[in-house]
Design a protein around this ligand. Structure first.
Ligand SMILES: Nc1nc2c(c(=O)[nH]1)N[C@H]1C(S)=C(S)[C@@H](COP(=O)(O)O)O[C@H]1N2
Ligand SMILES: [Mo]
Length: 516
């Protein structure tokens, strides 16, 4: 067989192997098993610090596009490597296609990649989108890898032999159209498998997080309690977990005297606590809506920790989600009675996208710490870091006092002659877990302040809603500003020393045009 033909046959066989393998990965993803397609991004993203990460996100057009680009390039890269691997295989076996022993090809194309991927992706292997405990999930992921690479190896070897083996008595097949016909048959099969893969990919795309990741809650629609369907949403995942609660349990381990594993029913049997708590994402801009308020019901984390009996060197608690998301909080914060493991949200079971069956609620800390789809609580020493903290977010994760004008809109226009009554202003004020004692508004860009009316307060852990009225005296452009004072009498301010990666501080301002 000529060099070129061997390379081409190998390339085609490798590409087919890649298509079969990728389709298998998509099928595994559809049943909730972690595959390189989805976890390579998780593994890599912790190495990109937030500055470059945000600029990359900006350049590709947002988090969702970045995720799509990530999965797309993983698939493309995988197919390319498979095809190139196939071409090299073809070149090596040019003289005798039947020479490849199964031990040899299995070692190169199954064992080696499984070991390489296991090492490279080790921290992310314990991911399970159906909620298997971490150790079981790691095993299932590895079996899935082995299965995918095995399918690659078998397809490559069988297809290459099919292309390269001459039939008995056929001495000059290179000059016959036989190899062309066989290549055609294989290509047709490959296209059919790829079609199946694309169909599965489409199905996954429909349930993917692209449609709701980044949902904001702001403006005229803001009510004291955010309805579950409107609650802001942030997730690192391309496809979020949908847990099967029968497979799931909650582990408590690490630096404790008594390890434990809790079933959902047992947790629900413990004394519960219900409280209103506002969550805000660390990346929430001054005018943005990555903030919402809900009534959460669950078990105080303290009750579980007391039974586990933390060792004296335990300093932090690390939460693990089934999606391999982690974050940590100080042990003292974990022991506060308002730090919850919540299973209900606004009177109903936690929705899947907000962490069913169990999530952490850590009042006053940024949304990052409120780990969803919780499966393990690990007591650690003081050094432990979470997903975003490893990336370089922080170091401060305690929410500063913030406020926002929801009504009227920025750049609104009013004419004095048409105004029947004073202009109404509305908005929210959030003081972490310190509550809100006062809200003031300014109509002259902060030169003078006027007290606003707090018409709703959800307690120290939740936001307050405020309103004010204003009658314009003359035509002109006005800059409205709002500022809040928290329950400890600290006035909201721009904190010059606070790193952008610890959340922005400052004031929400809007511009209003008034005409005669
Ligand atoms: N398991 C897990 N928990 C998670 C995340 C995640 O991607 N995975 N995202 C975090 C971030 S960045 C925020 S702001 C909040 C958002 O919670 P919500 O979507 O319920 O509003 O969840 C946090 N908990
Ligand atoms: Mo977030």
């Amino acid at each position: 067989m000529s060099r070129t033909k061997a390379i081409l046959a190998g390339f085609l066989a490798g590409l087919l192997g890649g298509i079969v393998m990728t389709t298998a990965m998509l099928l595994l993803a559809a049943v909730g098993v972690a595959t390189p397609l989805l976890i390579i991004g998780d593994r890599l993203s912790v190495f990109i610090s937030p500055g470059p990460f945000l600029s990359l996100m900006g350049r590709v057009g947002g988090y969702n596009h970045l995720k799509q680009l990530g999965v797309g390039s993983t698939i493309a890269g995988q197919l390319l490597v498979a095809a190139i691997g196939g071409a090299m295989f073809g070149l090596l076996l040019r003289r005798n296609a039947t020479r490849a022993s199964a031990i040899w090809t299995m070692s190169i194309f199954v064992l080696l990649p499984v070991v390489a991927f296991a090492i490279a992706l080790w921290p992310a292997l314990g991911t399970s989108y159906v909620g298997l405990p971490i150790d079981a999930a790691r095993l299932v992921t590895l079996v899935g890898f082995a299965l995918c690479f095995f399918l690659f190896e078998r397809t490559l070897v069988v297809c290459f032999q099919f292309l390269a083996t001459r039939k008995r008595g056929e001495h000059h097949y290179e000059f016959s159209p036989a190899i062309g016909r066989r290549a055609f048959v294989l290509s047709a099969i490959g296209a059919a498998v790829a079609g199946g893969g694309i169909a599965v990919a489409r199905k996954l795309y429909r349930v993917a997080t692209f449609s709701y990741d980044g949902t904001q809650y702001k403006g005229r629609i803001v009510e004291p309690i955010t309805p579950n369907e409107l609650f802001y949403c942030v997730t690192k995942n391309v496809v979020d977990p949908r847990l099967n609660v029968d497979l799931w349990h909650l582990e408590v381990n690490g630096l404790v005297q008594n390890n434990a594993a809790w079933r959902f029913q047992d947790l629900r049997g413990l004394p519960a606590r219900e409280q209103q708590t506002t969550l805000m994402c660390i990346s929430n801009g001054l005018d943005a809506g990555l903030i919402s308020n809900a009534i959460w019901k669950g078990v105080p984390l303290r009750d579980l920790l007391e039974r586990a009996a933390p060792l004296s060197n335990a300093a932090r608690v690390r939460f693990h989600g089934v999606d391999n998301y982690t974050d940590t909080i100080p042990l003292e914060k974990a022991m506060e009675p308002t730090t919850l493991l919540a299973y209900d949200m606004n009177g109903v079971r936690l929705p899947h996208r907000h962490g069913y069956p169990l999530r952490a609620i850590v009042p006053g800390y940024f949304g990052e710490k409120h780990v969803k789809w919780l499966t393990r609580i690990e007591l650690t020493d003081a050094q432990a870091k979470g997903f975003y903290e490893t990336q370089g977010w922080g170091p401060d994760f305690i929410a500063p006092t913030r406020s926002r004008i929801d009504v009227p809109d920025h750049e609104s226009r009013f004419s004095i002659s048409e105004l029947q009554q004073p202009l109404e202003l509305k908005g929210m004020a959030y003081g972490g877990d310190r509550g809100i004692s006062r809200v003031e508004v300014s109509f002259d860009d902060g030169k003078s302040w006027r007290e606003a009316d707090i018409y709703y307060t959800g307690g120290d852990l939740a936001w307050s809603l405020w309103k004010a009225e204003w009658t314009p005296g003359a035509a002109g452009d006005y800059v409205f500003v709002v500022r809040a004072t928290d329950g400890e009498d600290d006035v909201q301010e721009w904190e010059e020393d606070r790193s952008f990666f610890s959340g922005v501080t400052g004031f929400h301002k809007i511009l209003v045009h008034v005409t005669a």
